[in-house]
Design a protein around this ligand. Structure first.
Ligand code: GDP
Length: 449
């Protein structure tokens, strides 16, 4: 139900300086007025802050600051009240409880954002960007998420759909109004290049989406190598070099991500660090099958060798296991002997002890995953897995359309593929209505002129 009034604690549950209890809906002011000692919220100006107390049954619950947002220029487009109370779990809950007793309904997770979407205030990609901002772990990923929130992904998709609409319009006009044949020159010469152009656009987006994914989700990284080659020293050097924070991430996926470090803006999600910490033999410690699965899972292998040791059979085995992966061979302990004992493609000489060569390693990682080309000022990158899969789907439909043209199928068969691409792209931004295509088509195409 859209028009009931919802309430929820919007800040994190835990002790802090301030908690925020938020309401949205047309009874927001009425409900809060009943328990607030400050001014009548219906009478104050929008986007203003008011001081007072929350009272219930004659009992003072808390001293608060209340922010009033009046419809329609609000997040949900409804009346919104934000109660800033003291940051205790109990007091925030108590305030929420009184709001529910006065007629608000407890909001479901994400329901404020859902209302913003349902009211057309934001599109689906912007709603998803809210989540990305909350989950951002680096400056780059935060910038990327903010671009999403600003509607940049939306604009990208709308741009593609506009091009698509243009093509469909050419076909549609020819089908429905054959007398306009002379006005619209409909032929493979017109339709085909337009589809190819669109295909190229989507392909470009998908190519760059890899960067987006790296920025957003980071790179699953395994640091491997024999005991005592300096794996944990390297990890420490990487950590100190960037004053990076090691965070314990809860395993939300099936992979064993044990911590993440920020390497010059790229988040490396370390998998299976047990072997590293305990300076144990990687393969022996976890078993060959597990070693294989860790290597499989990893998007980047940091393979550490000791410059002062010959390659062992274990090294050879691991080198072979990782030969097809994105891999950097780190030749460590070059402080003891500067002459390199090993040469490999993508290798870096370092001293984890003296912290030399760490910058080079960082640059190589950046080069490998972002090709040094990432430009978040002028460009935006698709990073959301759902968007990527929908773009791929739209790409397939466009390829089908090209094939239909090649096979000289009737033009309305081509149109079906194009309409499929249209609705697939629509799913990205949450526009799934089929009428919108026709509406837009005819508002755009002024027939009979
Ligand atoms: P791991 O078993 O691969 O994790 O290796 P460690 O990081 O525990 O290092 C094993 C030993 O090598 C320790 O005594 C380190 O101090 C030493 N070590 C690590 N890196 C270097 C280095 O770059 N130069 C020198 N001389 N010793 C190092």
């Amino acid at each position: 139900m859209m028009n009931d009034t919802i309430a929820q604690i919007s800040s994190a549950l835990g002790q802090g300086a301030i908690s925020i209890v938020r309401l949205s809906g047309d009874k927001s002011f009425e409900i809060v007025n009943k328990i607030f000692t400050g001014p009548n919220l219906k009478e104050v100006a929008t986007h203003t802050v008011h001081y007072g107390h929350i009272n219930y049954n004659g009992k003072n619950i808390d001293e608060v600051l209340i922010t009033v947002f009046k419809a329609p220029k609000t997040f949900t487009t409804e009346d919104i009240v934000e109660i800033n109370c003291h940051g205790g779990v109990f007091v925030a809950n108590k305030i929420l409880e009184t709001l529910l007793l006065e007629g608000a309904r407890s909001a479901n997770p994400g329901e404020f954002t859902e209302r913003a979407f349902l009211s057309g205030r934001i599109d689906l990609t912007q709603a998803e960007a809210v989540m990305d901002i909350i989950e951002a772990k680096s400056d780059l990923s935060l910038s990327l998420a903010n671009k999403g929130l600003d509607g940049e992904i939306f604009k990208l998709i709308v741009g593609l759909r506009t091009k698509l609409l243009n093509i469909i319009a050419h076909i549609e006009v020819n089908i429905d109004y054959p007398e306009y044949d002379d006005v619209i020159e409909l032929s493979n010469i017109i339709i085909k290049p337009k589809i190819k152009d669109l295909l190229e656009n989507i392909n470009n987006l998908l190519e760059k989406a890899n960067y987006g994914k790296v920025i957003k989700d980071g790179v699953k990284t395994a640091i491997i190598g024999k005991p005592n080659v300096g794996k944990s020293s390297l990890l420490n050097a990487l950590l100190r070099e960037d004053k990076a924070i090691v965070t314990e991430i809860q395993g939300t996926t099936r992979d064993i991500v044990e911590g993440s470090i920020n390497i010059g803006g790229i988040i490396l999600n370390l998998i299976d660090t047990a072997g590293i910490r305990e300076s144990d033999d990687f393969i022996e410690k976890i078993g060959i099958d597990k070693a294989k699965s860790v290597i499989n899972e990893a998007e980047l292998i940091l393979f550490v060798l000791d410059n002062n040791q010959l390659l062992s059979t274990d090294d050879e085995k691991l080198l072979d296991l990782t030969k097809d992966k994105k891999r950097i061979i780190i030749i460590n302990k070059t402080d003891l002997n500067k002459e390199l004992a090993h040469t490999f493609k993508h290798s870096i000489a370092v001293s984890a002890l003296n912290k030399t060569g760490i910058d080079d390693l960082e640059n190589m990682i950046k080069q490998m995953f972002l090709s040094g080309e990432v430009n978040l000022i002028d460009q935006t990158y698709i990073s959301n897995a759902r968007h990527i899969s929908k773009l791929n789907e739209a790409l397939m439909s466009l390829k089908d359309a090209l094939k239909a043209i090649k096979d000289e199928l009737p033009i309305d068969m081509v149109e079906i593929d194009l309409k499929n691409a249209w609705s697939t792209l629509g799913e990205i931004i949450g526009d799934t209505s089929t009428t919108s295509l026709l509406e837009e088509l005819f508002s755009k195409f002024c027939l009979g002129k």
